[in-house]
Design a protein around this ligand. Structure first.
Ligand code: MOS
Length: 741
């Protein structure tokens, strides 16, 4: 019998069982428990799954950006050796918006909405033969005028049609914004632009589909197998309970693997038609072409402050792009709702409909690009006022959420700012733009605030203790490189008093208890809380088995101790006990403004002749509630900062404005930062607790590092050169024309 223990987040948690652990692993630096499997090549990623009789599918893609396929000429391809089918099912191009629930209904085979949209799948007995067959398929089409140029499309932008269940506020306003701006002592009115970004996860999207009678199993690289299952079932027209999705190891996602992507649908269709296992692995270029992007933005920020730097007016008006009829939008103003005080405010989002690949969530949707703009504008305001940028932030700490009036659950920003400034040596920085030079290098210092909302999703996990005294954790939750395997083992080990190596964690299977998945930085907090609930229930079961009150029990070294007695867990477990833990939203989710915070400081060197920027030094201090694993949490922050530096300096997905084709669709031409671009990043995580977030008292961390990181770079470049670039990325061509030399 499996029991269930549910924790509903209705009021702040006063005591976490994690704080009772006898030999705590939570909070320490623990290496990934699956690390040895990964370095030994024994952790099997999706594309490494193989089955007898398995065949391979390769996409045929539309060679135009908008219009209609009139004919597919498949005869030559079908006659090629080893070719089994050219599949042109209308469902083939379907993929899931990450909040859509359904695979996007608009995208069918005959209508083409973006360049390189999939239009058919060539299937053959080897990958190479399938690839040759795909290349041999002729595509005839009627092209229509597509919308490819964002600047030209901005005037057509309209409010998004959907607020995604209240997650993204479309438009908010308070007070008298224009009047406040008129009477403000200092104002900023600036427009910032950011380009489309690619997630560029290391592992390309891939799926292996196996039909067994009427039941489909898909091994896929996904962040949320259950979301994939639902969207896949919908695209294939089968009930969700006939589909199982397995994502044991995922080589990064950053949002690109939240919703089902075309390769999973294609593999499922082909396997159903051919009655053989089918593997579809995207090429790197196909990942760029068809999985989605962070959309470009244009953001107008108007700020007004009194002479002491207290904000009286805050406006953030944003335009992004998306395919027609898709509901997701980039919520670029999302942090502006809650980050700073100020009575008169407006945040607005509009969307221009364009023929570019689906816009989807990418690491810190909203905050990542929104803080490039807002935190650049705050720096501009500090310059205008002659107030230290750190001090300006400190003067605008709100008492409560400035729009909603609700309290912050926890807010460590003040400590991040002051401790970060101290650690970085901010007081000794160069204060005069273009005032510090070392040979041909201009040296500058900049800072920005990081914040990322703390989100919640219902989650379940099963924890069992076997007759061998070892624990097994099972949940549909994934580890996308973030450390989930390890932190769920740590929580279990601490709460049951087991050594870490006595806990096995099984992830990424829709047959196991369903989680909120890996997304939105909510994974650790939500799945960790489900494991916490399960362990809480198990402790009660074990206490009952011994006839003790659980409050009197200690769990240590594989034993339970109470009233001077000691039992091995394996004795109490008998043939095994399993409890399913669940955590559910309650009043604290909406009753408190929940977010993680940080302060990012950097030193840049800008070449006075070429305008090339190098990052020279970096310090960030973050507050995200309890740190579950110092090593994996720090790693998340470092990865996020690197991502943010890329957004500031190099990352830009370029669509040809005439055709809509992505012209830099590989990692040679789409520039993510590499090791040589990044110095040692000094990252500090403050010890904190958030009592409203969850029983772990931990907040999200995966998307915190990227937030504000790019603005710190932009602000440092201004400080180094006196050149304010508002059009990201800040490539050297945007700097050197303005350098005095
Ligand atoms: Mo994240 S962009 O929700 O994976």
């Amino acid at each position: 019998m499996t029991d269930e223990t549910t924790i509903v987040l209705d009021e702040p948690i006063t005591h976490s069982l994690l704080d009772d652990a006898d030999r705590p692993t939570v909070g320490r630096s623990i290496s990934r428990i699956e690390g040895p499997l990964k370095v030994a090549g024994a952790a099997r990623y999706t594309a490494e799954h193989s089955f007898p009789d398995m065949v391979y599918g390769v996409f045929v893609q539309a060679p135009f950006g908008a219009g209609r396929v009139t004919r597919l000429d498949t005869a030559a391809a079908e006659a090629m050796a080893g070719v089994l089918a050219i599949i042109d099912d209308p469902a083939l191009a379907r993929q899931g918006g990450d909040f859509g629930g359904d695979a996007a209904p608009k995208q069918n085979l005959r209508e083409v909405h973006f360049f390189h949209q999939p239009v058919a799948l060539a299937v053959a007995d080897t990958f190479e033969r399938a690839r040759a067959a795909a290349a041999a398929v002729g595509v005839s089409y009627e092209e229509m005028a597509g919308i490819y140029d964002f600047e030209a499309a901005i005037d057509t932008a309209e409010p998004p049609t959907n607020d995604l269940g209240g997650l993204f506020a479309i438009h908010t306003e308070q007070g008298e914004l224009d009047a406040a701006l008129k009477t403000a002592a200092a104002t900023i009115d600036a427009v910032y632009t950011t380009p489309s970004h690619a997630h560029a996860a290391l592992e390309p999207h891939s799926s292996v589909a196996v039909w067994d009678e009427d039941h489909l199993t898909v091994y896929g690289s996904y962040q949320s197998p259950v979301t994939t299952r639902g969207q896949l079932a919908s695209a294939l027209g089968v009930p969700a309970d006939k589909v199982r999705v397995i994502s044991n190891y995922v080589g990064g996602g950053f949002g690109s693997k939240l919703g089902v992507m075309p390769e999973a649908v294609a593999a499922g269709l082909a396997a159903r038609q051919l009655r053989r296992p089918v593997k579809v692995v995207m090429s790197r270029q196909q990942v760029f072409d068809m999985v989605g992007r962070r959309p470009e933005t244009q953001q107008r920020v108007r700020l007004g402050a009194d002479a002491e730097g207290r904000l009286v007016a805050v406006e953030h008006a944003t335009v992004t792009s998306q395919l027609a009829d898709e509901i997701f939008f980039e919520p670029a103003g999302i942090a502006t709702h809650f980050l700073y005080a100020g009575a008169n405010r407006m945040v607005d989002h509009k969307v221009a409909r364009m023929n570019k690949v689906l816009a989807i969530s990418m690491r810190a949707p909203g905050e990542a690009v929104g803080q490039l703009a807002l935190e650049s504008a705050m720096d501009e305001l500090a310059v205008t006022l002659g107030i230290d940028p750190v001090e300006l932030r400190l003067r605008n700490e709100p008492e409560a959420h400035p729009e909603e009036g609700i309290p912050y659950s926890s807010r460590g920003l003040h400590a991040c700012l002051t401790q970060g400034a101290e650690r970085f040596g901010w007081s000794k920085r160069n204060r005069t733009p273009a005032g510090l030079r070392d040979g041909e290098w201009l040296i500058g210092h900049g800072m920005a605030v990081a914040t990322r909302g703390n989100l919640f999703g219902p989650s379940k996990a099963a924890v069992a203790i076997g007759g061998d005294g070892r624990a097994v954790v099972r949940t549909e939750m994934t580890d996308i490189g973030t450390g989930t395997y390890t932190i769920l083992a740590q929580i279990t080990a601490d709460l049951l008093g087991l050594p870490l190596d006595h806990v096995e964690v099984r992830l990424g299977d829709t047959d196991d208890p369903i989680s909120a998945g890996s997304g939105g930085s909510w994974g650790a907090g939500t799945s960790g809380s489900a494991v916490y609930a399960a362990c809480d229930g198990l402790r009660q079961k074990l206490a009952e088995a011994a006839g003790c009150a659980v409050e009197a029990c200690r769990f240590v070294d594989g034993h339970m101790e109470a009233e001077g007695r000691r039992w091995a867990l394996r004795e109490l477990a008998g043939n095994g006990i399993e409890v399913v833990g669940a955590v559910d939203a309650g009043k604290t989710v909406k009753g408190f403004a929940q977010a993680s915070y940080g302060a990012q400081f950097c030193e840049v060197r800008v070449n006075a002749t070429t305008g090339e920027t190098r990052i020279a030094r970096w310090t960030s201090v973050f507050e995200a509630g309890r740190v579950l694993n110092l090593k994996t949490a720090t790693s998340q922050c470092i990865g996020g900062i690197v991502f943010g530096i890329g957004g500031a300096l190099t990352e830009e997905m370029v669509h040809d404005p005439r055709t809509g084709k992505i012209v830099n669709r590989d990692l040679g031409e789409y520039h993510v930062c590499a090791n040589a671009d990044i110095p040692d990043l000094d990252v500090v995580l403050l010890e904190a607790r958030d009592h409203a977030a969850n029983p772990l008292m931990a907040k999200g961390i995966g998307e915190l590092g990227i937030s504000g990181a790019g603005a710190a770079v932009a602000n440092a470049i201004y400080n180094a050169t006196g050149v304010r670039v508002r059009d990201f990325p800040i490539t050297l061509d945007k700097i050197f024309p303005y350098l005095a030399n």
